[in-house]
Design a protein around this ligand. Structure first.
Ligand SMILES: [Zn+2]
Length: 164
């Protein structure tokens, strides 16, 4: 199994961390520097996570300092699908976008589209999409309760900020 890859881009006290590949028992996450103010986690290229991976992932996000601002970009279906059963995102993070799967009944093609959550109002769902394979309508292939959970994370974050 190919090891997990972490791509780091540091800008001052901000770190963009792009996580690529499979999260499992061999996954080794990076130390978060002490003086870091904000962390952007790009999860768009996470392809798989198993129960061992969930454990080491959870230990890792639990080690973040409380004052660290965490933002999630392109949260993928493999993470979203597990959100109802396990904690995979820092409680105080902001989820900028998710990768939404669409399935085409006509040609069985799986389409993926990045969907911005920051502007989304209560209960809004990703728009319908034409299949890139055949041009017919592709069906949303997501668990809505999990997407609502992502929206809730953002709302809690906004509320906290408003409260000071
Ligand atoms: Zn199609």
């Amino acid at each position: 199994m190919a090891p997990l890859k972490l791509k780091k881009t540091v800008r001052g006290t901000s770190l963009l961390l792009t996580i690529v590949g499979k999260i499992d028992e061999s996954s080794d996450f990076t130390e978060i520097p002490q003086n870091l103010r904000s962390l952007i986690l790009d999860l768009g290229q996470v392809s798989y996570i198993n129960s061992y991976g969930i454990r080491s992932w959870f230990n890792w996000i639990s080690s973040f300092p409380p004052e660290l601002e965490v933002e999630i970009v392109d949260c993928p279906p493999v993470i979203v699908n597990k959100l109802s059963s396990v904690v995979l995102l820092p409680a105080d993070c902001k989820v900028r976008s998710v990768v939404v799967p669409y399935y085409c009944d006509t040609c069985s093609y799986e389409n993926y589209e990045s969907f911005n959550l920051l502007d989304v109002q209560n209960g809004a769902v990703p728009p319908s999409k034409k299949c890139s394979g055949c041009g017919e309508n592709a069906e949303l292939d997501i668990l809505f309760e999990n997407y609502n959970q992502l929206l809730n994370i953002n709302r809690n974050k906004a509320r906290k900020k408003a409260a000071g």
